[in-house]
Design a protein around this ligand. Structure first.
Ligand code: C5P
Length: 304
């Protein structure tokens, strides 16, 4: 058993809707998005001693290199600098989430590193103190600090309360094609140079998964069309999700290529995920908050 004081989970971030509402002078896009977190996660452990190092393991580790610019190492160095200490120890990243796939794997890993090292180095820094460091690492890192559903504004770093999520199931599927976020934003800009969406109108809470799916159907992911233009396999994934029995809504997450399907329960989602092509990365289960399952753990990983 790993020492839980020196271990963290890094849950996948799902953008239930993503509207591009404007563009800053520096080219970054202003967003309105409801982010939630899946039971699918990477794991991060810490071993004290020695200079700062990163070891990679797990089924998706091959796609990643433990290079100095790895976001986990950048997070460690940034925290050490802010705390006025030398970075040290080995971070072991167990990679389960596909890389460059629109579910914030790298951002979740960086946020987990900030949380873990804050404890391991005896700093005891809470989210409020870590948030400015998180924002410097990437637009998606702040929302991953707490790993609970939040409404994202600004370029992603401005967080506000999310509608209370009902019990629901979630299927994730990725065609195993990496998509670079800047390329997808660039393609959106070429397709709709002056076209921006309005912010979504969402209620304070949803009674059930059906109500959530109906309201989300009135929103969209503005990066879906440009992602499909760059990676037509995204359209195949969406079609396959929509064809699964019990799928209430299918949409791409973030800048893709991972897509999600909403289901009534984690068990229904886990069962449905097994029908997807085994060549894809696929997972079925429920939402989580702060690394803890929100709903009964009826959903089990499928093919992950
Ligand atoms: O902040 P992050 O490293 O996740 O963003 C990667 C790239 O995605 C940025 O360099 C930018 O090109 C694009 N991006 C954007 N607008 C955002 C977030 C990201 O244009 N809100």
């Amino acid at each position: 058993m790993p020492d839980t004081a020196l271990a963290e989970t890094a849950p996948a971030k799902i953008n239930l809707h993503l509207h591009v509402v404007g563009r800053r002078a520096d080219g970054y896009h202003l967003l309105d998005s409801l982010a939630a977190f899946a039971g699918a996660a990477d794991a991060l452990r810490y071993r004290p001693g020695g200079p700062l190092a990163l070891a990679l393991e797990g089924p998706e580790a091959g796609a990643l290199a433990a290079e100095p610019d790895n976001l986990v190492l950048r997070a460690a160095r940034l925290l050490a600098e802010a705390a006025g200490r030398a970075p040290g120890g080995t971070l072991v990243l167990e990679k389960h989430l596909p890389v460059a796939s629109g579910i914030g794997g790298g951002s979740a890993d960086a946020a987990a590193a900030l949380r873990l090292l804050s404890r391991a180095w005896g700093l005891g820094w809470e989210t409020a103190r870590l948030a400015p460091l998180a924002a410097r690492l990437g637009a998606d890192v702040p929302v991953c600090l707490d790993s609970r559903a939040a409404r994202m504004g600004g370029v992603g770093e401005r967080l506000s309360a999310a509608p209370a999520l009902p019990p629901a199931g979630l299927v994730l599927a990725n065609p195993r094609v990496p998509l670079a976020t800047p390329a997808v934003f660039r393609a959106r800009q070429e397709m709709r140079p002056g076209g921006f969406s309005a912010e979504a109108a969402l209620p304070a809470a949803w009674a059930d998964a059906g109500a959530m799916a109906r309201d989300l159907a009135a929103c969209g992911n503005d990066l879906e069309a440009p992602a499909i233009a760059l990676c037509p396999a995204v359209a195949d994934v969406l079609a396959a999700l929509r064809a699964l029995p019990g799928c209430l809504l299918a949409r791409m997450s973030g800048s893709g290529a991972t897509c999600f399907g909403l289901f009534e329960t984690p068990a229904a989602a886990a069962g449905a995920a097994r029908h997807l092509p085994s060549a894809w990365w696929r997972w079925g289960g429920g939402f989580t908050t702060g690394g803890r399952p929100l709903y009964s753990a009826a959903g089990e990983p499928a093919g992950a």
